[in-house]
Ligand binder design. Structure first.
Ligand SMILES: Cc1ncc(COP(=O)(O)O)c(C=O)c1O
Length: 430
């Protein structure tokens, strides 16, 4: 193992060969919980009751309590959570919803699925989240809501955004797909807006492979989300003949966005003994340590976090390279070199939506009908600039020990000191 000498990518010895913590975080407790759900005879909330409340209901309540809100609904994905939140708030055709230009495509594609128009807004150069100023610039008389995404390893600065959305009568939907358990001024991500939406897809800090949740302080909103996620049904006393506890309701017509009992079991097991919170603390502490150590190398700039963010949740640890570096070697190539040194992927984050191949409202007639104005490269300079010169790694890497974090610093140091080798390696770059 070597922090000097040739780059591992070019045949040298890597900085590290030891493995990183595995992801997803399977353990005996999770295995036992999944097995017990499998053996229970009830695999879905739409299956017959077997004893107590469904695991889906138990998880929804536990997740609401974890986040300090009164109500939760467990759903099939983060995308379902966002779509159901909008539908429950009555957002639809003719409405505009402001979405950050730098996020996963679902933050915007779900607006189209709701029949509304996504209006993209640029992000802060400090932490790559929406700001009150960028939201204010995007507001029109048709704006009904803001989907505020807490991205990568940060949260939006909440106070000015809450003030603005309240003053302008806009719904605030927090997209917390990457921010489970983040703490801001004593409150969790997802508990500030009208509704908080989570994803439990495989890469997320809390995961069941796929899955999602909606949380809210508002009981009526929660009831509408529940009906919308269960084909319009509500929870009732189990039917004496069928044993089913989902009964016809008088709420809105819905669709099926339910998660399975096995997913709920796997999620509940990760909340046992505060396991999630403990892991989030480790990754947050390691991220803070890395920020300082990597900044000390010179051409790296960590995020500048909101003053009242007490504990970030790391979904991806992300850091910006100085333009003087990326002028010579593209960030993706530096990521490949770092990955070879460390044996863990370092990569460029998803591109901003207006230049993303995944965000193409024009590719489907029903989306084209509610697409916002055409956007071109150059329209969102902050997101474009940072997307082109940031590198990220998955949070599992940051759940290792402090000595392992030193390997990351050594790998950055080695690669940054050998940029000339990468530049000279035209064959590899091609
Ligand atoms: C910011 C953001 N919003 C929404 C989603 C959608 O979640 P899912 O993939 O569970 O539908 C994701 C997940 O990938 C995400 O990262």
């Amino acid at each position: 193992m070597s922090r000097t000498g040739a780059l591992a990518l070019l045949g040298g010895a890597p900085v590290r060969t030891a493995p990183w913590p595995a992801w997803p975080p399977v353990n005996d407790g999770i295995r036992a919980a999944a097995r017990s759900a499998l053996d229970s005879g009830r695999w879905a909330i739409s299956g017959p009751v077997r004893g107590g409340p469904s695991l889906q209901q138990q998880f929804a309540q536990a997740w609401a309590a974890f986040n300090g809100v009164g109500y939760g609904v467990a759903v099939s994905s983060g995308s379902s959570a966002l779509l159901l939140a909008m539908e429950a708030l009555g957002i639809g055709p003719g409405d505009e919803v402001i979405v950050p230009v730098w996020t996963w495509v679902a933050s915007a594609s779900t607006v189209l699925r709701a029949g509304a128009t996504p209006v993209l807004a640029d992000v802060s150069p400090d932490n790559f989240c929406l700001t009150a100023a960028s939201i204010a610039r995007a507001i029109t008389p048709r704006t009904r809501a803001v989907i505020g995404v807490h991205l990568h390893q940060s949260m939006m600065e909440m106070e000015p955004i809450l003030e603005l959305t309240r003053a302008r009568g806009l719904y605030l939907i927090e997209d917390c797909a990457q921010a489970h358990g983040a703490l801001y001024a004593g409150r969790r991500a997802g508990s500030f807006g009208h509704v908080g939406c989570f994803s439990f897809q495989q890469t997320k800090p809390l995961t069941s492979g796929e899955g999602g949740a909606v949380i809210t302080h508002d009981p009526e909103l929660a009831e509408r989300v529940f009906a919308l996620h269960a084909d319009g049904r509500r929870l009732a006393r189990p039917d004496p003949v069928t044993g089913l506890e989902l009964a016809e309701g008088l709420g809105p017509m819905g669709a099926n966005h339910a998660m399975t009992e096995m997913q709920a079991a796997v999620l509940l097991a990760q909340l046992e003994d505060s396991a999630l919170d403990k892991r989030l603390s480790v990754t947050a502490q390691n991220a803070a340590w890395l920020d300082e150590a990597l900044a000390g190398l010179g051409p790296l700039r960590p995020l500048i976090q909101p003053a009242r963010l007490e504990r970030r949740t790391v979904f991806e640890y992300i850091i910006a390279l100085d333009p003087s570096v990326t002028a010579h070697v593209p960030s993706a190539r530096i990521g490949v070199a770092l990955s070879a040194e460390l044996g863990a992927p370092w990569y460029t984050s998803d591109p901003p939506l207006h230049v993303s191949g995944l965000y193409r409202p024009g590719s489907r007639p029903r989306f084209a009908a509610c697409a916002g104005p055409d956007r071109a490269p150059g329209d969102f300079p902050v997101a474009e600039d940072y997307a082109a010169r940031t590198l990220a790694c998955h949070h599992a890497v940051l759940s290792a020990g402090r000595a392992d974090m030193a390997d990351i610093v050594n790998a950055f140091d080695k690669v940054l000191n050998r940029l000339g080798d990468l530049e000279a390696d035209k064959a590899g770059a091609a």
